[in-house]
Design a protein around this ligand. Structure first.
Ligand code: GRF
Length: 193
């Protein structure tokens, strides 16, 4: 599987995928990291893993569709088959979604369909839920709404802050993201004669 990863921040999920490939848990290659915020830690991680990274700064584009057109060009240039939004903090448009139909996945820090959109962890704390978690799902035009692939539950502890809860959710993200990608891999069918 040839993966393209899109990230806006620390890139710990990028690293979890790279590590799973190295450990032989995932039969894939990361072709490219696309990022939108200059100077983010994800870029350093990509360098360490020998993965090329391409900056597409959303501030340079007037419309979301223009950014997505540039993203599609880079993904095609690097012969990407599956797109992994690993902390990509921009809403994507049909320009990207239609170029990779049912081949884009996203990781979201809540048990969808609860707490869609930005600030999912803060929303969970405000709602007072005792269990939250993370979800890997296919990307469709409606934000955080595509087919759910894998979820993991995480308890909310009485003294949790957004930071402490996020740290525990990330442990689960790093486990289920490679797992979800592995599920997408084309399987060889066995034939019974
Ligand atoms: C993750 O918690 C993801 O769920 C959210 O953004 C965070 C990205 O973390 N959408 P990282 O950049 O992979 O460390």
């Amino acid at each position: 599987m040839k993966l393209g990863i899109m990230a806006s921040g620390s890139g710990s999920n990028f690293e979890a995928v790279a590590q799973a490939i190295k450990d032989g848990q995932l039969n894939a290659q990361i072709q490219v990291l696309i990022y939108n915020n200059p100077g983010i830690k994800a870029v350093e991680r990509a360098e360490r893993w020998g993965v090329p990274s391409v900056l597409l700064n959303h501030r340079d584009y007037k419309r979301r569709e223009e950014l997505d057109t540039a993203i599609v060009e880079v993904l095609q240039q690097y012969q990407v088959e599956w797109v992994v939004m690993a902390g990509w903090m921009r809403i994507v448009t049909p320009v990207l979604i239609n170029a990779f139909p049912d081949q884009i996945i996203n990781i979201h820090p809540s048990l969808l369909p609860s707490f869609k959109g930005a600030h999912a962890i803060e929303k969970a704390l405000e709602a007072g839920v005792k269990i939250t978690g993370c979800t890997v799902h296919l990307v469709c035009p409606e934000v955080d709404s595509g087919l759910i692939l894998v979820q993991a539950a995480v308890p909310v502890l009485p003294l949790d802050t957004p930071e402490t809860l996020h740290a525990r959710i990330q442990v689960q993200e790093h486990r289920i993201l490679p797992q979800a990608i592995a599920q997408l891999a084309p399987r060889t069918t066995s034939v019974t004669l």
